[in-house]
Design a protein around this ligand. Structure first.
Ligand code: ATP
Ligand code: MG
Length: 553
């Protein structure tokens, strides 16, 4: 994985120090997604950080599915996550499922009971909440806290054997109900859930809680640095308690960093799933989604994502990144990679009345204005072409230099044309414009007779290919990001997608395949859509417009 996220950050410094002090011979990191949704760009940051560190320090990274909650998890998500991690360049050394450790976790829970460090509790959810106390008020000990070891062993086994209903009993760690840290007030470590698990089927009806399972998973795999997001900082004492009291051989170190937040989007899987389920978008891979598969389908490259993550860096305090910053890195990456093509998204027919009816000619046009080595292509030109509707105004606005009656412009790579006549339909809408061209003004001929103030692009009516163009705007209108409460669906941008039927020059498209990317003159970077493109119909997604006022500070 090139250009790691780790140019310099506090986590990298910790790793360097640990290696220098001989704490570890080799580092092992992990990326531990819960398979309850598709990965999003926030996960990309974590993937690049974990895989990047292991790569830089010649260590290992495990891809581990944190599948300890049977209700929300699914193998569809497992497959998509593997695909997305690979696409980002993450080559895991080992692939694990937390559910394969259920036996070991159960054994460790029994160890805790035997040591008098865990007990079965019968408080209801409401009672437990009452007993827990608040930030300012210490908790109260459960009346079940002093059950004997043998009673606890018996009850826990009967929980496992399915003798109790969901919620009837839980296993709790016996730590400190008066702790200032609420996470340490006898947290639940096992709960009853009579549901089928995607991996273990109906073998278990008790499942470990995240705060108990996660440190054990890390320790079982001998993870050296367990990197997670800031909201787990207050859970670290519990993480360390579990590793130590369960007498694990390895003691991984949890390190927290700030999660990635981006303006005009939502990132929590719960909200993304809601967008999919309520059909606000067209699936997890809708190009407006901040999911990795959505970004991929839209045409974003892994290189752009990597450069973006490098630029935002790894910090210890939360902040929100401007969504235009990713666009900036997409543009940077595609500038030299995506060949140029002319497409007209909103067509208006232009007839060159003095161009001979049956004649055609081939014009040589550059493939990439920023890179001569990409050569030129031949584009057919003839009497009838399409131009963008916005490149013509019947009554020109101030400072409008494109076509209007009596004005002359250059057709890109072709000739000067002058507008003489407008043809309207029965509703008064301009249907066609009639122009004359000046053969002396051919591009590349060295003509210096007079100048025009604008160059517009075009496609040849006879040879162009019809295509659909999908243009996107942010999905969420204002900064209603994950932090805000309330219904985020009320902030959906009603104009987040615009679909246009236009035309494209044929040259570049003879062999275009889904995911191929092009730089459409003046219109932006586009990728061939993977879902709706068929043999007979080309569909393009706009990845980003060509220009933006966004500046990288
Ligand atoms: P979400 O809250 O979006 O549903 P999650 O944290 O529940 O995400 P997991 O599958 O549990 O998702 O996360 C896998 C890993 O990705 C974790 O280590 C988590 O810290 C990290 N991660 C999740 N979201 C972000 C983010 N926005 N920025 C950085 N890392 C993230
Ligand atoms: Mg989670």
């Amino acid at each position: 994985m090139s250009n790691e996220i780790n140019s310099s950050n506090f986590i990298r410094n910790i790793v360097i120090e640990d290696l220098e002090q001989g704490k570890h011979k080799e580092i092992i990191t992990r990326f531990p997604p819960e398979p309850n949704g598709y990965l999003h760009i926030g996960h990309a940051k974590s993937i690049l950080l974990n895989f990047g560190l292991a790569e830089e320090f010649k260590g290992k990274t495990h891809l581990r599915f944190d599948d300890t909650n049977p209700v929300k998890e699914d193998t569809e998500y497992v497959e998509s996550i593997k695909e997305d991690v690979k696409w980002l360049g993450g080559n895991w050394n080992e692939l694990f499922f937390a559910s394969n450790y259920f036996d070991e976790m159960y054994t460790r829970a029994i160890l805790l009971i035997k040591k008098g460090k865990a007990y079965v509790c019968d408080l209801t959810v409401e009672e437990a909440k009452e007993y827990r106390g608040t930030l300012t008020k210490p908790g109260t000990e459960s009346p079940y806290r002093n059950r004997t070891v043998s009673e606890n062993l018996d009850l826990f086994e009967r929980m496992k054997n399915g003798e109790f209903a969901d919620g009837e009993k839980v296993l709790r760690a016996k730590i400190d109900m008066a702790s200032a840290n609420i996470n340490m007030r006898d947290p639940i470590i096992y709960r009853i859930s009579h549901s089928t698990h995607h991996n273990t089927g109906d073998k278990w009806c008790i499942y470990p809680m995240y705060d108990f399972a996660h440190p054990l998973e890390d320790a079982i795999e001998h993870i050296t640095h367990s990197i997670c997001t800031l909201e787990f900082e207050d859970h670290r004492p519990l993480y360390d308690w579990v590793v130590s009291e369960c007498e694990m051989e390895a003691s991984p170190r949890q390190i927290e960093f700030a999660r990635l937040n981006i303006t005009n989007t939502v990132m929590s899987k719960r909200k993304l799933k809601q967008l999919v389920d309520e059909k606000v978008v067209d699936g997890w891979d809708d190009p407006r989604m901040p999911t990795i598969c959505g970004l991929r389908r839209k045409g974003c490259t892994p290189e752009a994502l990597r450069n973006f993550c490098t630029a935002i860096g790894v910090a210890k305090s939360n902040s929100t990144v401007d969504s235009q910053m990713l666009d900036y890195f997409v543009r940077e990456d595609l500038q030299l990679k995506a060949p140029l093509a002319m497409a007209v998204l909103n067509p208006l027919k232009l007839v060159i009345t003095n161009y001979p009816e049956n004649e055609t000619e081939m014009l040589e046009i550059e493939n990439n204005s920023k890179d001569e080595t990409q050569g030129t292509r031949l584009v057919q030109f003839s009497r009838e072409i399409y131009i963008e509707r916005e490149d013509f105004m019947e009554i020109p606005a101030k400072k409008y230099f494109r076509l209007f009656p009596g004005n002359e412009v250059r057709l890109k790579g072709a000739y000067f044309v002058k507008c003489n006549e407008i043809i309207k339909d029965e509703n008064g809408i301009v249907k066609e414009i009639h122009c004359t061209y000046d053969p002396e003004t051919k591009s590349g001929s060295g003509f210096t007779g007079r100048k025009v103030k604008a160059t517009i692009h075009w496609v040849d009516v006879k040879t162009c290919v019809s295509a659909e163009f999908r243009l996107y705007e942010p999905l969420i209108l204002d900064d209603d990001n994950d932090e805000n409460e309330g219904n985020f669906l009320e902030h959906i941008n009603p104009n987040s997608m615009e679909v246009l039927q236009g035309f494209i020059e044929p040259t570049a498209f003879k062999d275009a395949k889904p995911q191929d990317k092009f730089q459409m003159v003046r219109n932006g970077f586009f990728a061939v859509d993977t879902k709706y493109t068929t043999k007979d119909k080309l569909v393009f997604n706009r990845i980003v417009p060509l220009k933006s006022s966004f500046k990288l500070s």
